[in-house]
Design a protein around this ligand. Structure first.
Ligand code: IMP
Ligand code: MG
Length: 184
């Protein structure tokens, strides 16, 4: 069998998991005061739905902003990630939670974390909907370790729930394994 689309996680499973993650995050950031709310940085565009649901389930003071890092072309990483915007966000003294759709080679999160660490963030953690640990670049194993993971998955190219293939399929309600070479 060589299907083009295979459901990996259903919408219901994802929503239930987000509630659990939000509870964990709210607990870990209990010390957060309204004067210095948690700065949640949604990485566009893949993490839009995940971060929207996640922040609305948090019970701590938080603020949301957006960064854009581009790195993928088709189903392959396209070299070093580039910040398209987000450089101007003032993270000095802020507790930062980066929200990502999927951590793959780890390059993107490595770039983002270094950038914000250099700019004086008080703390930086990563919440990712999906993690593909087997794909991590060897030099980033043990360095790029997401703090909150929705689901850890095998090495598949996935789409839906914000994830795209060349801008297609973002709006699909389930997360699906996509096999562009499958015969129709
Ligand atoms: P990394 O820098 O290799 O960790 O890749 C991170 C980015 O590549 C993610 O934020 C996604 O936007 C994209 N990406 C990685 N794997 C997939 C996938 O399976 N489907 C869709 N996008 C992916
Ligand atoms: Mg992304």
């Amino acid at each position: 069998m060589n299907e083009r689309f295979t459901v990996l996680k259903t919408d219901a499973e994802i929503r239930a998991r987000i509630k659990e993650l939000a509870a964990d995050i709210s607990k870990d950031y209990q010390h957060i005061k309204p004067e210095n709310p948690l700065l949640v940085l949604c990485t566009l565009r893949g993490a839009i739905f995940f971060s929207a649901d996640l922040v609305r389930a948090l019970t701590i003071p938080c603020e949301i902003n957006f960064i854009k890092v581009k790195s993928y072309q088709g189903t392959r990483p396209a070299g070093s990630p580039i910040f398209e915007f987000g450089e101007q966000i003032d993270v000095r003294g802020r507790e930062v939670l980066i929200v990502e759709d999927i951590v793959d080679t780890g390059q993107t999160m490595d770039t983002v974390m270094h950038n914000f660490a250099d700019k004086g963030a008080a703390s930086i953690r990563i919440a990712t909907m999906l993690d593909k640990p087997s794909r991590r670049y060897p030099h980033l194993i043990g360095t790029v370790v997401p703090d909150y993971i929705g689901f850890s998955i095998e090495d598949h190219f996935v789409i839906g729930w914000g994830l795209d293939y060349n801008e297609d399929f973002r709006l699909l309600p389930d997360i699906m394994i996509y096999n562009p070479d499958a015969e129709d």
